[in-house]
Design a protein around this ligand. Structure first.
Ligand SMILES: [Zn+2]
Ligand SMILES: [Zn+2]
Ligand SMILES: [Zn+2]
Length: 138
């Protein structure tokens, strides 16, 4: 079992107290979070530092951004072994119209989407909207 420190170092991320805390915060969340969620959780921390921490995680490929159509960017930790590769790693996201939460459906990969010749896909964002399992009570 790798420690978080070792994991971050293996991703070429210099370990700082702040980075450890933000990583743990994200790891404990079952739903995607906004920057304000992170800011609220670390009210004493400098906002720029928090933003840079998330940005670093994203650049190093351990966090992905989700645009769920609400206009507020959400973030979630990537799965182990994820390279955010468009062909293999991208998964569906589900936005609940009732509770407003957006979750990663990591078991459900985005099917390969063909684009016309001359077009180059760089990212695919697929959000399913509806009622989540907690709200539907099923
Ligand atoms: Zn990823
Ligand atoms: Zn819900
Ligand atoms: Zn996700």
């Amino acid at each position: 079992m790798k420690t978080i420190e070792q994991f971050l170092e293996s991703k070429d991320i210099r370990v700082t107290a702040m980075r450890l805390l933000v990583y743990k915060f994200l790891a404990e969340k079952e739903v995607t979070v906004t920057l304000s969620d992170i800011e609220n959780a670390f009210a004493k921390a400098d906002r720029t530092t928090l933003y840079r921490t998330v940005k670093t995680f994203e650049d190093k490929g351990i966090v992905h951004q989700i645009d769920d159509g609400t206009g507020i960017t959400k973030y979630a930790l990537c799965e182990k072994g994820c390279n955010c590769e468009i062909e293999t790693d991208l998964h569906l996201h589900f936005h609940c119209n009732n509770c407003g939460e957006t979750v990663c459906l990591t078991e459900h990969k985005i099917p390969q989407i063909k684009v016309p010749d001359g077009f180059v896909s760089e990212n695919v964002n697929l959000v399913v909207k509806g009622i989540c399992d907690k709200c539907s009570g099923q």
